[in-house]
Design a protein around this ligand. Sequence first.
Ligand SMILES: Nc1ncnc2c1ncn2[C@@H]1O[C@H](COP(=O)(O)OP(=O)(O)OP(=O)(O)O)[C@@H](O)[C@H]1O
Length: 606
Amino acid sequence: MDRSADRPRTRNLGALRKLLSFTRPYIGQLVIALAALVLAAGSVLAFGQVIRMLVDSGLTSGSTAELDRALMFFLSVVLVTGIAVAVRSYLLNWIGERVVADIRTQVFARVLSLDVGFFETTRVGEVISRLTSDTALLQVVVGSTLAMVLRTGLLMIGGILMLAITSPALTGLVLLGVPFVIVPAWLLGHRVRRLSRDSQDRIADVGAYVDEVVHGIRTVQACCHEPIDRERYGQQVESAFEVAARRSMTSAQLAGVSTLLTFGAIGVVLWVGGRQVLAGSLSGGELSAFLFYAVVVAGAVGSLSELMGQLLRGAGASERLMELLESRPSICAPAQPRPLPNPPRGQVIFEAVHFIYPARPDTPALDGFDIVIEPGERVALVGPSGAGKSTIFQLLLRFYDPVSGAIRFDGVDLRELDPVALRRRLSLVPQDPVIFGADAWENIRYGFAGASDADVRRAAEAAHALEFLDRLPQGFDTFLGERGVRLSGGERQRIAIARTVLRDPTLLLLDEATSALDAESERLVQDALEHLMRGRTSIVIAHRLATVRNADRIIVLDQGRILASGRHEELIAQDGLYARLASLQFQDAALASPRATSAGALERCA
Ligand SMILES: Nc1ncnc2c1ncn2[C@@H]1O[C@H](COP(=O)(O)OP(=O)(O)OP(=O)(O)O)[C@@H](O)[C@H]1O
């Protein structure tokens, strides 16, 4: 399973600049936080002076008054540092959380507006990972890493300055030794970073595997695939463990080497400084302060490499989020959308429509498709699998635009309409309706939030859903389960029909279910659909003979073109493909096997 698309592509800090622009609305908080940060860093440096005072004035002079003064100074610095650290920590974390909340909302709004073509080329898992783990990473970057980089930088520069002020000679010595400490630590640090990244990627793979298996658990168990999944998962976990173990080993080496080198260097400073104190060219307090600053600078240098790694990961995450935020939908409303006529009529015209799916550039899905569907007409689409029936729905819902030709709804070219205005007048009853993890009220009201409870119940009644919904443990308040797993196929369809009844669309798009329903359920669904279609323009992808017999016109499609059209009797009389299909269907009907579909039958006779 390749999750490389989920990983940050660049390691460029420039991507963070856009991220910082999100802090603009909170500039007041940011300024206070930065002031607190500078103050806290300054206080840390002031500790060196406190130590010098304590050693030189308090301890060496032997005066308790001096010691008291030094201690008062110490306590004041501690107080200032404590307050500054608390203010900085709260405000920066607040800004981090705020910025991430803003980014999450904006990215989700953008994702919702993107056209379906985008979701064909982007994996759902990737979008989810961007919205969750990438934003979580940004929270850490904005809320702490950036501040830590600033603080560490300040401490390093301030520390070096203070070192130079305290003892220029010793500073020269320290600077000479710096490369011996930094180079090995940097090299090992680099390896740790690389291994950490690998380890995270491995964990992401493990996560993706769990996701896939849990979502498909019914198939996994039905196919007795558990042993294979167990073994594959085990392998992935082991490989994640191996990388983590290697990272731990390198981390341990890094910790050991850094400690050895840093304390070795401090030992050298102590030795040289101690000789200077003995010679009287340096005071004890100055040597103590010097050691303090040396430790501060060494600590800052050590953590900078770690922080840079975090920053780069944050930059990668930020880049991926900004990319998503900057994606523009290819289907959107024109600047001046044309209104649809009122009252609606329900006329549909396809004029020489040629359409190719972006993902299948070599085969046209519709090839010079012409049709005029009059208001109130009931049209059945039949044809083998892949003939282009669903494509007609996709184009009518304006999920895609035709490559050439035009589609008009009530006289207006779909491209001149606001897609929202268009979709409000259409309703699709899909083969396998989507039920959301909510109660029946919300599921029926979906997309029609203003409907009253009485309206919802009326719609459920018209869809023959009232009886079974009332029989649920908590009636309409019953949670229908994620993706409606707690409902039967027929029940799901009747909820989708109730949803459509409530919307009262001008144009009904119905994709008949191919799956079998028991006779009673089938009758209820058919009856509900019959009511729904009455008096409105309906286009039905037909899989049942009853539907084609009741249609005003049947369109026989093959390879994106119309092969024949007419009423059932006329097409039977032509004795073509349709007639053979119908005779097969009659046989199927006689055998009372609702599983046979027109598409399947057509395929068999083709
Ligand atoms: N999103 C897509 N990207 C690329 N090609 C697609 C896409 N959807 C459909 N196709 C292709 O377009 C052609 C028409 O597909 P369409 O779904 O309209 O057929 P259909 O008649 O509805 O078939 P079925 O009865 O099996 O649902 C097929 O060749 C199909 O493979």
